[in-house]
Ligand binder design. Sequence first.
Ligand code: FUB
Length: 307
Amino acid sequence: GLLLTAPTLVLGQAAPVPVAGNPIIKDKYTADPAALVHKGTVYLYAGHDEAPAPEQRYVMHEWLCYSSQDMVHWKEHPSPLNVKAFAWAKDDAWASQVIERGGKFYWYAAVEHGSIPGKSIGVAVSDSPTGPFKDARGSALITNNMTESKISWDDIDPTVFIDDKGQAYLYWGNTNCYWAKLKPNMTELDGPINKVSNLPGFTEAPWVHQHNGWYYLSYAYQFPEKLAYAMSRSIEGPWEFKGLLNEVAGNSNTNHQAIIDFKGRSYFIYHNGSIPTDGGSFRRSVCVDYLYYNKDGTIKRVQMTTE
Ligand code: FUB
């Protein structure tokens, strides 16, 4: 975590008082973090884990939104999106990501489809990063086709990226990592669905970002999940596997990351099951740690902290 110390008067002495630590949200269970940097503010979006203890299943109906100017103090906003906003969806507010284009905010999210078995990806839109968001299409953007993996949950975990030329890309997947171009309207695919090959141990949770001329594709690796990453000079690959980013994150089988640069530092945002008593794979919590790059662009292993 990121410890900010504030001077406090204790028996006449100024003592450092930690005002934030991991997990960064302690009054709700939060999972699958995605972050957006917009106009000097970080917006954190997360699924809301609501399974009552000791149930071992996902109960997720809505996404939560927090904002911060310093990555330490977080303000909660009213939930900007619920699965009910997608009239065609049944339930399951799974992993998602929000991106800005032309003053509008597009939120890509995996949900359980109401009539097509399995998971689909929808897109919601808003004029504000804190919503409210409404369904941008009235139908799923990606529906489960089961052609490749024969599983009904391979169309999950969307990550979205706009390159320097303005071309938008969606990456997503479980077991297989898929990608496709998006039209400038951000609500339609522009071309075929492609598959990334050569990603050792790919389970799910792709996240695409750019840093100093390199593209990074990080993802959940094996199961229980660690996080690993690949690098490329092109957003369309080929991707070269570079190794692990972290270990299995305490007490959670899943591990899901967002990576951002903000005010001159790089951050690794992920979840674990570290809240005492009830925390675990179905009651997860978002954490933040610093991320460090080597001179050659590779990323140092993240030191996950509990404070
Ligand atoms: O939160 C539900 C699912 O668990 C996500 O879509 C996966 O990435 C894993 O975190």
